[in-house]
Design a protein around this ligand. Structure first.
Ligand code: ATP
Ligand code: MG
Ligand code: MG
Length: 378
């Protein structure tokens, strides 16, 4: 038993709560949004994330505290650590909040990242862009998500404009060489305080407009490459002393080279497939890890494709939902497991839910996605 506090009340907190409640835990979330997705299934303290008094109230009510996003204010982290128990600690947040610190930590684990350079002036940017060649990718060191805070330089003519634009964010900048990847993968690993580590099967991720669209598992790559990706995630989890989950986003090139793109110290959208397709879901695994329970088996029970439902997909979904043979398609052999996050306004690009498509062959699930027509409006 006991109460788990979650900083952040979005869909990740909601699914964490749903998993942890089955294990007998109570949940309380801190989030500024009224009726947040997690607040619908947990108690909610409605306040801003930098509200120190609200953080104290969360600490007072929680035996264990975790978070569902990485941009947690250092001040708030300190309060939570002093007044409650934050098994994940502050160091992992400090590292993953900043792309340069994160890349250095990955390199220290002996794992490759795309060649990068710290950029502190326009002259720096010009020099590094000349060295890496174009295209190359300028990113803000902090605060970016869904491709926000990034500029892909197609030619050196863009140096001035790219620097002017991104340096307005008042954070350090980093330039990355463009990796002409064959596939994007991710691996989610968990580590517990007693040092047990397990990785989930590698997912093959397809992004549309920089937002995750599909995760395909098993990834359509040779098994030794899947294993190499999983081992690499385990090495990172051990080297960084991770407690809880760490999601590792990777690029795979044609010649079989793996590079880490970035990390997320929390449940990850590309891990939602585990909810029905693995013996243990990423959410249950996170609860086990932060509560120092033995980790669950990460074995894949069935091939699966996870497909995201964004705001623009909700109306076409409702047109089809009640149709016989839609959720349970016997012709294709696809069982569609629907997850909706309880968000009221279906705004464009907003993550509203996802499907886990269970099948004996991921190609059938991809056909199901095409046949529904729901994702045509990309
Ligand atoms: P999120 O946190 O939502 O995953 P983000 O804003 O932190 O996204 P990244 O993951 O760094 O952004 O990049 C978004 C996408 O842009 C990547 O998934 C990849 O498709 C592409 N990308 C990023 N960096 C590179 C690179 N160096 N070479 C080639 N493609 C890249
Ligand atoms: Mg990111
Ligand atoms: Mg990313």
């Amino acid at each position: 038993g006991g109460t788990i506090g979650i900083l952040g009340g979005g869909q990740l907190g909601r699914m964490l709560t749903l998993a942890g409640r089955n294990m007998g835990y109570r949940f309380v979330t801190l989030d500024p949004t009224e009726d947040a997705p997690c607040g619908q299934v947990a108690d909610q303290i409605q306040a801003n994330f930098d509200d120190v008094e609200a953080a104290r109230r969360l600490a007072a009510r929680s035996d264990v505290i975790t978070y569902e996003f990485e941009n947690v204010d250092a001040n708030v982290t300190n309060i939570l650590m002093e007044e409650s128990y934050v098994p994940q600690g502050s160091h992992l947040l400090y590292t993953t909040q900043h792309r340069l610190r994160e890349k250095r930590a990955i390199e220290a684990a002996g794992v490759p990242v795309a060649p990068y350079a710290e950029i502190t002036s326009e002259a720096d940017l010009r020099e590094a862009a000349e060295r890496f060649g174009t295209p190359c990718v300028l990113k803000t060191a902090t605060g970016g998500y869904d491709g926000k805070g990034q500029w892909v330089l197609r030619s050196l003519d863009e140096v001035h404009e790219a620097y002017e634009t991104l340096s307005r964010a008042k954070t350090e900048l980093v330039l990355e060489q463009f990796i002409h990847f064959d596939k994007e993968l991710s691996v989610i690993a968990a580590r517990s305080p007693r040092g047990e580590v397990k990785a989930f099967p590698a997912a093959e991720n397809i992004h549309v407009h920089n937002i995750l669209h599909e995760s395909i598992v098993p990834a359509r790559i040779p098994v030794p490459v899947q294993k190499a990706a999983e081992e690499l995630a385990i090495r990172i989890a051990e080297s960084l002393g991770v407690i809880g989950l760490i999601a590792v986003e990777l690029f795979l090139t044609k010649d079989g080279q793996l590079y880490v793109n970035e990390l997320a110290p929390r449940p990850h959208n590309s891990g939602h497939y585990t909810m029905e397709a693995c013996r243990t879901s990423q959410f249950e695994q996170h609860v086990r890890a932060i509560c120092n329970l033995p980790l669950g088996s990460t074995e894949l029970i069935t091939p699966v494709v996870m497909v995201n439902l964004l705001g623009e997909h909700i109306a076409p979904l409702h047109d089809r939902l009640a149709e016989p043979g839609f959720l349970e398609n016997e012709d294709l052999g696809v069982s569609a497991k629907l997850h909706l996050y309880g968000k009221k306004e279906a705004k464009e690009k907003r993550k509203m839910g996802h499907f886990n498509l269970l099948t004996d062959d991921v190609a059938k699930a991809l056909t199901w996605i095409e046949q529904t027509g729901i994702w045509e409006s990309k």
